[in-house]
Ligand binder design. Structure first.
Ligand code: CTP
Ligand code: MG
Length: 201
């Protein structure tokens, strides 16, 4: 083979790898972030804006421990859901304005369910955390990281399964499972070092 042919072959291999990497990694990664943005934002916004009346009104469960604890407040909940909804509406607008057809198409229902479900999952987690005798803010591996994923996607499965199946494909779901704990840790460390959170998790 001439040098020219070898060169062309190498170029084609590089091009193929590039196309495969876009299809296999970059599109699922962008799709996962795009889908989960309305679910990712509520937690840090709740941490920033939270405080005031706790959702359980300081009441205890029959085991004598708080139902949810002081870490779950009305202000945090509503500010968080509002932020998730707001970013989702901006995403819907951007999709239309810039013709972002390669990204999953959000709807008003999808962004509402994701934002609400994320903090619902967070609350359900706190309920079980208290039942296990863990204090507010105490570390609970896996549950602390995936509560928002479980809450948002399970609620989506109940409310709009067609949207879930069409958009959260297997590769996208795998990417969500990989990036969520990484982002969670990153955001919580930023929260800790900037003084918003008491603990870096
Ligand atoms: N927050 C809030 N209301 C919510 C969720 C969160 O006010 N519905 C605020 C609280 O100030 C909370 C902070 O965000 O302390 C961080 O949230 P999170 O880590 O979920 O709560 P923890 O304090 O760790 O409590 P828990 O052990 O119940 O998870
Ligand atoms: Mg916590």
């Amino acid at each position: 083979m001439s040098n020219f042919n070898v060169g062309i072959c190498c170029l084609l291999v590089v091009l193929e790898c590039y196309i495969i990497s876009i299809e296999a990694f970059i599109i699922p990664l962008l799709s996962a972030v795009w889908i989960m943005l309305p679910a990712y934002l509520p937690n840090p916004v709740a941490a920033l804006c939270g405080g005031g009346t706790p959702i359980d009104f300081k009441r205890s469960y029959k085991d004598g421990r708080r139902i949810l604890g002081d870490g779950k407040t009305y202000r945090g909940f509503f500010a968080g859901v509002f932020a998730g909804l707001a970013v989702g509406l901006v995403q819907i607008w951007c999709s239309d304005a810039f013709g972002l057809t390669m990204l999953p198409a959000h709807t008003i229902l999808s962004v509402s369910v994701l934002a609400f479900g994320a903090l619902l999952g967070d609350m359900v987690k706190s309920f079980f955390k208290r039942r296990l005798g863990k204090e507010r803010g105490e570390h609970w591996l896996i549950a602390d990281q995936y509560d928002l994923v479980a809450g948002s996607l399970v609620l989506m499965l109940l409310v709009d399964p067609a949207w879930l199946i069409a958009n959260v494909t297997v590769p996208v779901f795998i990417v969500i499972l990989i990036i969520t704990p990484v982002l969670h840790r990153l955001v919580n460390m930023i929260g800790y070092y900037s003084g918003v959170k008491d603990v870096p998790w």
